[in-house]
Design a protein. Structure first.
Length: 391
């Protein structure tokens, strides 16, 4: 992988930040544990979504929830070891750490640890919620806390790996860069899931949601990786993971255990075909290469509208295809419906929602273009920080 020149590190000490990672040629086991935790968190999130679509009976001891807790515990073990080993004795990592409450570790470790703790707490909170209110909705405070905790743990994991990249030799930097991009992709899927479904993709609201949710993460990961095609690789990882879920989950038998049942489910229902983020990601990488020497807000002014318009250019016609008979197969999965989805009874699942008035559409698209400039600028600022973070 070609690597771009990283920005100079901020000077925060009179002596250089040197530690064992400078001479290391293998990735520390704590990083592998953290990456494994992020991977299991991704799997548990997809599994939990399809559990709600296919089975419905949801408790804190459901297999997807147990896997979520295992993923958080695994990453927390890595964080705890990194904090304790850096804080005690004369660890060579001490000079490349920050101090919080008398403890030492890279900043990303503390961020990831907080996210893991929030994820574990959300599990106990969710258990109480189910006992008090039952399984009445996916949008509950425990699930919101779980989403925040898992997202923050991924942000911390990215920062942790980025600090190692900025302090590592060329032999190790390439391996860490690939791992960094993969961890980035585990968070992109969560944000991509916020984008409304195919029936709404001929409304401007869909593209406003995209502008608010996706560019900040996609641009931060691509620019922060200092890799020529960083955003494209992250989007490719997300696409491959989503396609694997789309094609493999229906092979697992399942049946609903909670009513009302509008569709006779005999297998797990996948979350849906992935949105085409690979196109705006490719556009982002090309523009970032062309505008490398320009200021961040100049980049944002070009990138923001380009991301929205490129996504609209591919997703709008692709939505036509997804609602056509040609997509009702195992490849695109538009014939899958959740057992509680009244598709075909209360609404036509292959018909777009009511079109917006032209003035409303233009106003909302304009808001999407402006919002994407802002979120892209924030993503670039975050990426710049990851390029130079060393502690």
């Amino acid at each position: 992988m070609s690597q771009a020149q990283t920005l100079p590190a901020l000077s925060v000490q009179r002596h250089p930040l040197t530690c064992a990672i400078d001479e290391a040629v293998s990735i520390p086991w704590t990083i592998w544990f953290m990456a494994a935790g992020m991977t299991l968190n991704l799997v548990s999130g997809i599994w939990d979504d399809t559990w709600h679509l296919s089975i419905g009976v949801d408790t804190s001891w459901a297999p997807p929830h147990i896997l979520t807790q295992i993923s958080a515990a695994l990453a927390l073990i890595a964080c705890a070891y990194a904090i304790l080993s850096t804080s005690t004795g004369t660890s060579p990592e001490r000079d490349a750490s920050v101090r919080i409450l008398g403890l030492h570790a890279p900043a990303g470790v503390f961020i990831a640890a907080w996210g893991c703790v929030a994820t574990l707490v959300a599990g106990f909170f969710d258990n109480w919620w189910h006992q008090a209110y039952g399984d009445v909705s996916v949008a509950t405070p425990p699930h919101l806390l779980l989403l925040i905790g898992s997202s923050i743990s991924k942000v911390g994991g990215m920062a942790w790996i980025a600090s190692l990249i900025n302090r590592s030799t060329n032999a190790l930097r390439s391996r860490l860069s690939w791992l960094f991009l993969f961890v980035c992709s585990t968070g992109l899927g969560t944000l991509a899931g916020i984008v409304p479904g195919s029936r709404t993709m001929h409304t401007a609201d869909c593209y406003l949601t995209f502008a608010l949710a996706v560019p900040i993460w996609l641009v931060a990961c691509g620019w922060g990786s200092a890799c020529k095609w960083g955003a494209t690789i992250v989007a490719a990882f997300y696409t491959c993971t989503s396609l694997a879920a789309e094609w493999l989950l229906p092979l697992v038998p399942a049946q609903p255990k909670y009513g009302p049942v509008f569709h006779n489910i005999t297998h797990l229902i996948p979350p849906g075909f992935p949105v085409l983020l690979i196109v705006p990601a490719l556009v982002a990488d090309v523009l970032l290469q062309k505008l490398r020497q320009r200021s961040s807000w100049t980049k944002a002014l070009w990138l923001g509208p380009s991301l929205v318009l490129s996504f609209l250019a591919v997703q709008w016609p692709f939505a036509d295809f997804l609602l056509s008979p040609a997509s009702r197969n195992w490849i695109f999965g538009s014939a899958y419906f959740a057992y509680r989805d009244p598709a075909g009874l209360l609404y036509d699942p292959y018909k777009f929602v009511a079109a917006q008035k032209p003035a409303t559409f233009l106003l909302t698209i304009t808001a999407a273009l402006v919002a994407c400039i802002v979120t892209t600028g924030l993503g670039l600022a975050w990426g710049n920080w990851m390029r130079r973070v060393r502690r």
